[in-house]
Write a protein that binds this ligand. Structure first.
Ligand code: UTP
Length: 292
């Protein structure tokens, strides 16, 4: 069976990023650097690799730099060209979107992830779409979103990437309930946002990549605030689960929560150590700190 192709992705970037303040007081969290490029650059590359053709950013006040990041910076480009720094220039140009490939829609108040996703409804229209949480950098041999799309092409419906965490950490995340099986792709039977300690239905947490059907939008439009007083995407997914299939895919790769101080630090260290051009220097620079 063939399912409607996933062509568009929603990337919500309107949150305050309070966990990494004061770094995010004037710089959008999504533009904080990991090694030598903004978090968002990793996310857009992952989505492009997965075949995404249109990116919808849900932005807010103080987030204008995100739009500028995906545009020409003529003075800089002219300067790099004049100085013969062509490799760097090519790297910047390669990341620019094709005309019309990106849309920016404003979430005027950060009322929650569900509210942010719903702001993209008119641009998404009547087709399945991906959601990528931009603070979750996923390092995987097959890009995480590609894994989600491959699963979608097999089973259709709605797909959520999940990962295992220790049982005493589940209260910080969205947690899924799944049918028992050893298969990495399992049918979901429920989902809960930030369950009270000891009540989580599993230790599989939602890790920031979703394939959703457009039928989520009418539900989001009516969604009342849930955990933390926010309009939660999870709550509307639970409603949609009554009429549509949801599958959780335990994806193959490593997640760095760059919206968290330690996660951001870990991403910087781990991804620098994986870079062939930086590996040796990074190891030499960091090794004196390992045994302290
Ligand atoms: P987070 O839950 O990390 O929220 O949102 P946050 O506000 O960015 O960060 P903290 O918790 O205060 O530190 C996950 C993603 O959803 C976006 C955020 O920008 C982030 O990329 N988001 C969240 C919105 O776009 N709008 C919202 O109302 C909430």
């Amino acid at each position: 069976m063939t399912f409607k192709r996933v062509r568009k992705a929603v990337i919500p970037v309107a949150g305050f990023g309070t966990r990494v303040l004061p770094g995010t007081k004037v710089i959008p969290k999504e533009l904080l650097n990991v090694v030598d490029r903004p978090i968002l650059s990793y996310i857009v590359a992952e989505a492009r690799d997965a075949g995404i053709e249109h990116f919808v950013f849900v932005t807010g006040r103080q987030k204008g730099a995100i739009e500028d990041y995906f545009d020409h910076q003529f003075e800089l480009e002219a300067q790099l060209e004049a100085k013969g720094k062509t490799a760097l220039l090519d790297q910047l140009l390669a990341e620019l979107p094709k005309s019309g490939e990106m849309s920016f829609v404003r979430q005027m108040q950060p009322l929650g992830l569900g509210h942010a996703v719903n702001c993209a409804r008119d641009i998404i229209g009547d087709e399945p779409f991906a959601v990528l949480l931009p603070d979750m950098v996923m390092d995987a041999e097959t890009p995480a979103l590609s894994q989600a799309i491959s699963a979608y092409e097999k089973v259709g419906g709605n797909i959520i990437l999940v990962e295992e965490v220790p049982a005493d950490e589940t209260h910080k995340y969205g947690v899924v309930a799944v049918e028992p099986s050893d298969d990495p792709l399992r049918r979901m039977t429920g989902m809960v946002e930030k369950p009270a300690k000891g009540t989580a239905p599993s230790n599989l947490i939602v890790s920031g990549r979703y394939i959703l059907q457009p039928d989520i939008f009418p539900l989001l439009s009516q969604q009342v605030p849930g955990a933390g007083g926010e309009i939660q995407l999870t709550d509307s997914m639970v409603s949609l689960m009554k009429t549509q299939s949801f599958f959780a895919l335990r994806y193959d790769g490593e997640t760095y929560d760059c919206g968290d101080k330690i996660g951001l630090l870990k991403a910087n260290v781990a991804l620098a150590l994986k870079r062939p051009d930086l590996d040796k220097a990074a190891r030499a620079a960091l090794s004196p700190y390992f045994d302290r």
